[in-house]
Design a protein around this ligand. Structure first.
Ligand SMILES: NC(=O)c1ccc[n+]([C@@H]2O[C@H](COP(=O)([O-])OP(=O)(O)OC[C@H]3O[C@@H](n4cnc5c(N)ncnc54)[C@H](OP(=O)(O)O)[C@@H]3O)[C@@H](O)[C@H]2O)c1
Length: 314
């Protein structure tokens, strides 16, 4: 069997990738060098926060244009609760989603939080109006953002705080310096970045430890392949946003015929493809729809053969 490896090799691999699983006496793992073969169901963010790899993105539980409250607030609360029931323990959000409403809904639905639930939020983008996103990485503002997210989320410490964008008007060391201070004050456990290249990660790491990045990535949009490979090499979490295509959708490839063969849809195949792409990938699909949530979570059980995996993005 392809994934059967020796115990010694397993220890090397799991230390390098965060891969964990001992199932039925067999040792499963995936090397970063073999795209399409990852099987680890969990990943340790920062080496100490173990999460199920299939997470949930809470940007879509807001109003139109990621603005205000969702049209059906009770349903949004149900979606968040159901995600956790289905085994999700990594929820991605940001102060900019709503703004504020995504974080407030997470607290409304899930506080007091179940043990092991990791809420990953972000700061560094302002929202002048629906569908408008403007970077603001001034350190004094970021410090306020951290404090406000702590209050909205009813947390004493944020497990993963991501700089939503590097603000071109502010030296990255100033923005990251503010997050480092918040970390030293015990307000943040780990720090992540968003929409960054390998070079930007390397620069950032000179200022503060970085445990993850969040870039747009799916089988149909592989612009950030280089950043992903850097994350694999360095064992950093890679949270692909728009994992099922976001508002642009998914085109091309052989995903439709693979989906048909598994009696599934293209969304589920897209998520299974990502999970197998790399052991450091943590997809965060978003939805307001309970049935879509159930469908997406089922992707963790869908296994593509090596030929199917290749054909999806061919
Ligand atoms: N770091 C960044 O800059 C950044 C940017 C964008 C997003 N994000 C994060 O990434 C997460 C995911 O990104 P995203 O929401 O743009 O993209 P996505 O998860 O790929 O796509 C979400 C869209 O797909 C639809 N959808 C989801 N599952 C479906 C299914 N099974 N069947 C049919 N339609 C389905 C949703 O509509 P329905 O509600 O109708 O299901 C929604 O409109 C966000 O929630 C957010 O946490 C980060």
């Amino acid at each position: 069997m392809d994934n059967l490896i020796t115990r010694r090799k397993f220890l090397e691999v799991s230390m390098a990738t965060g891969a964990t699983v001992l199932a039925g006496g067999r040792i499963f793992g995936a090397t970063a060098a073999t795209p399409g073969t990852a099987t680890n169901p969990t990943f340790k963010l920062g080496g100490d926060l173990e999460v199920n790899r299939l997470g949930f993105g809470a940007m879509r539980v807001t109003g139109d244009g990621i603005w205000g409250w969702p049209p059906d607030r009770a349903n949004a609360v149900k979606v968040l609760k159901r995600a956790v029931d289905l085994g999700v323990n990594l929820i991605d959000t940001a102060d900019a989603y709503g703004p504020d409403t995504s974080e407030l809904l997470i607290a409304e639905a899930l506080h007091p939080y179940p043990k092991g639930l990791v809420i990953a939020t972000k700061g560094g983008l302002t929202r002048p109006g629906p569908n408008q996103w403007v970077p603001d990485g001034r350190p004094e503002r970021l410090k306020q953002c951290v404090d406000n997210s702590l209050k909205r989320l009813k947390l004493e410490r944020i497990d993963l705080y991501q700089l939503h964008r590097i603000d071109p008007k502010v030296p990255a060391e100033d923005s990251l310096g503010a997050l480092k201070e918040a970390q030293q004050a015990g307000k943040i456990r780990h720090i992540g970045l968003s929409e960054v290249s390998a070079e930007q990660i390397e620069q950032a790491r000179k200022i503060v430890p970085i445990v993850s990045i969040q870039n747009r990535y799916n089988f149909d949009d592989r612009k950030w392949e280089g950043a992903l490979e850097f994350c694999e090499k360095e064992n950093l979490g890679f949270l692909p946003w728009a994992p099922v295509g976001g508002t642009r959708g998914l085109g091309g490839g052989g995903a439709a015929s693979v989906a048909k063969a598994h009696n599934a849809d293209v969304y589920r195949v897209a998520l299974a493809w990502l999970l197998q792409r790399s052991p450091v990938i943590l997809p965060i699909p978003g939805t307001q729809n309970l049935q879509h949530l159930e469908d997406n979570c089922a992707a963790a059980k869908l296994k593509l053969t090596p030929e199917e995996w290749k054909s999806v993005a061919a």
